[in-house]
Write a protein that binds this ligand. Structure first.
Ligand code: HPA
Length: 279
């Protein structure tokens, strides 16, 4: 309970620490998924802060995988990026998984771009496709907003009817069309992992209205919406689990497919970030 009571103070303390390191505050943030960190190489980095130096930030569980916050210029925009995210399956609570998003909001971020690797259920999809997220289905067993609500952060019962920004979806469609990039759209199912799905689970997720499934993104998007931030999300389809066509999936294959599709993903994200008007 003590942690709950201190939640606002922690967010503010962390935000103050980060602000003290910066001369300019970003309005746009990027959270990059598994194997999709390459976009960071396009950022002209001004400031980088390792997670383990940031007060109240979750401590990374992955050996030799140092996460950091990056601040710099991507095209014509000054942005921040999370290099490395926190997953629920690693053992973090939902409050920990989403803490960086609270901090983003506290330093003035208005728009969040999220990417992930996902398994496709929609039979029209192919490995290596990009899927713009138009909506999600939250199947995580713990909710990031469970517990005391701080009205300063957002409403007790936030709507999720427009979680993914229509104007950014429209803009991304334009970018893809102009550049001849195949861009699918669909509903992302967020599950806890760390197992990949059984054939019956993929079929189930397809039948309930999902187009792709993954183990991230939904918690961060919920918290971003709660805080009134604008969200754009994109999945890279790294494996397929549709009816009658279940392939063996492994982390290595997911990483390989993500890396192969990455240039396309980075291109669309960068163009979109360049072209959109900050709120
Ligand atoms: N299921 C869940 N998460 C994933 C998958 C999948 O098939 N592929 C990449 N992340």
């Amino acid at each position: 309970m003590a942690e709950q009571l201190n939640y606002l103070d922690k967010i503010n303390q962390t935000a103050e620490y980060i602000k003290s390191k910066l001369t300019e505050l970003p309005k746009t943030a990027i959270i990059l998924g598994t194997g999709l960190g390459e976009l960071v190489n396009h950022i002209d980095i001004k400031t980088a802060i390792p997670y383990d130096e940031i007060p109240n930030f979750p401590v990374s569980t992955v050996q030799g995988h140092k996460g950091r916050l990056i601040f710099g210029t991507l095209g014509n925009k000054y942005v921040m990026a999370m290099q490395g995210r926190f997953h629920f399956y690693e053992g973090y609570s939902m409050k920990e998984v989403t803490f960086p998003v609270r901090v983003m909001k506290a330093i003035g971020v208005k728009t969040v771009f999220v990417s992930n690797a996902a398994g496709g259920m929609n039979p029209d999809f192919k490995i290596g496709d990009l899927m713009m997220i138009t909506d999600h289905i939250n199947l995580f067993p713990e909710h990031p907003l469970r517990g005391k609500n701080y009205d300063e952060l957002g409403p007790r019962f936030p709507g999720m009817g427009h979680a993914y920004s229509e104007r950014l979806i429209e803009k991304a469609r334009e970018v893809a069309k102009t550049n001849g990039i195949r861009l699918m759209e669909g509903v992302y199912v967020g599950t806890q992992g760390p197992t990949f799905e059984t054939p019956s689970e993929y079929r189930y997720f397809w039948r309930i209205g999902g187009d792709a499934v993954g183990m991230s993104t939904v918690p961060e998007v919920i918290v971003a919406c709660h805080g009134g931030m604008e969200v754009f999300g994109m999945s890279v389809i790294t494996d397929m689990g549709n009816e009658g066509h279940i392939e063996k999936v492994s982390h290595e294959e997911v990483q390989k497919a993500a890396a192969a599709a990455e240039p396309k993903m980075s291109f669309i994200m960068e163009e979109l970030i360049n072209q959109f008007e900050e709120l």
